[in-house]
Write a protein that binds this ligand. Structure first.
Ligand SMILES: NC(=O)c1ccc[n+]([C@@H]2O[C@H](COP(=O)([O-])OP(=O)(O)OC[C@H]3O[C@@H](n4cnc5c(N)ncnc54)[C@H](O)[C@@H]3O)[C@@H](O)[C@H]2O)c1
Length: 295
């Protein structure tokens, strides 16, 4: 594996590109919006500068990492020489099925196609291609350069060989991959999202306020951040979409999203990215301060 194409230069895509490039891979970063590519590269540079300041890498390593990344707005050009494609575009099932069908048409026959989806079925995504054995989930955690876990999701048809290749590749990135099967929410979100939803329900029922709920979980359970702050950090729209996938997939009311979460998303209160969620991030410095805790 030498050439890694990453689709989507948003929160996750730029972190995935950064991580591969820092490990010496050639990365083709692709986004439909030139502006997202520009912002993605700025974020990567800022994060490398922060690592440089903390002496976690040298100036030469920073430059090598940036030199390893090339950007594209044309998907066919970007994936032309890819050994692996990691798709990190917007969490929307129809969009992902369309992208994978297109990738199947334009990528070399042996290219492995991975998705960073938080919740959409890898088996369903794989069925949009003629190579379901070579389709796999590579679920990185945010912020990607820092977080050790990669949840590796085997679709119904994913081959042993492809799973082994992706497990090994994740280790070369300095990550700790964990293999799981393809059921709604996989493992990480199946356990995390009901906890976040219950925290929102606790607020909705008036049991306690935002800071009180977060303080209980931080000080009482030794969580590094409270569940409501974490939901803001992930994005309330993403939390809602994952809960809906689990609710639909298991037909179990325990995954039904709290009405307060639904209302906040409808009102455009999406957390850090929109400037307001359970907390107020209206001053850009505040949002940056929250993000910096993790970098
Ligand atoms: N945000 C998180 O904490 C998190 C964590 C793990 C996994 N994920 C998953 O990662 C994926 C990306 O999430 P994100 O938070 O980075 O989203 P984001 O909105 O920050 O970025 C998505 C990017 O995809 C681009 N895009 C949309 N359609 C495209 C297309 N057809 N071709 C190329 N680029 C396209 C958009 O322009 C945007 O830049 C989703 O599947 C999400 O579920 C997110």
């Amino acid at each position: 594996m030498k050439n890694i194409a990453v689709i989507g230069a948003g929160t996750m895509g730029n972190g995935i590109a950064h991580t591969f490039a820092q490990s010496g891979f050639k990365v083709q970063l692709i986004d439909i919006h030139a502006d997202s590519l520009k912002k993605g590269l700025e974020t990567i540079t800022k994060n490398l500068d922060r690592m440089l300041a903390k002496t976690h890498l040298t100036a030469a390593q920073k430059q090598d990492t940036l030199n390893n990344i090339t950007t594209f707005t044309d998907m066919a050009e970007g994936v032309a020489s890819a050994d692996l494609v990691v798709e990190a575009a917007t969490e929307n099932c129809d969009l992902k099925l369309k992208i994978f069908k297109q990738l199947d048409d334009i990528c070399a026959k042996n290219t492995i196609l991975a998705s960073n989806t938080s919740s959409i079925s890898i088996t369903q995504i794989a069925a949009a291609t003629s190579r379901p054995k070579q389709v796999i989930g590579m679920h990185f955690m945010n912020p990607v350069p820092i977080m050790k876990l990669v949840e590796i999701i085997r679709g119904y048809n994913t081959s042993d060989e492809v799973t082994k290749t992706i497990m090994e590749l994740s280790k070369t990135l300095g990550k700790d991959p964990v293999e799981v099967n393809d059921y709604p929410g996989f493992v990480a979100n199946r356990i995390l999202m009901p906890m976040l939803n219950e925290s929102i329900e606790t607020l909705y029922n008036g049991v306690a306020g935002v800071t009180e709920i977060d303080t209980v979980m931080k000080l009482g359970m030794a969580h590094p951040m409270g569940p409501l702050q974490l939901a803001d950090f992930i994005g309330l729209d993403i939390c809602l979409s994952i809960l809906n996938v689990m609710y639909d997939g298991f037909k179990n009311p325990k995954y039904a999203p709290c009405p307060l979460l639904v209302n906040m998303v409808s009102a455009g209160k999406l957390g850090v990215k929109s400037g307001e969620g359970f907390y107020d991030y209206s001053e850009s410095r505040k949002a940056e301060k929250v993000a910096k805790q993790f970098l």
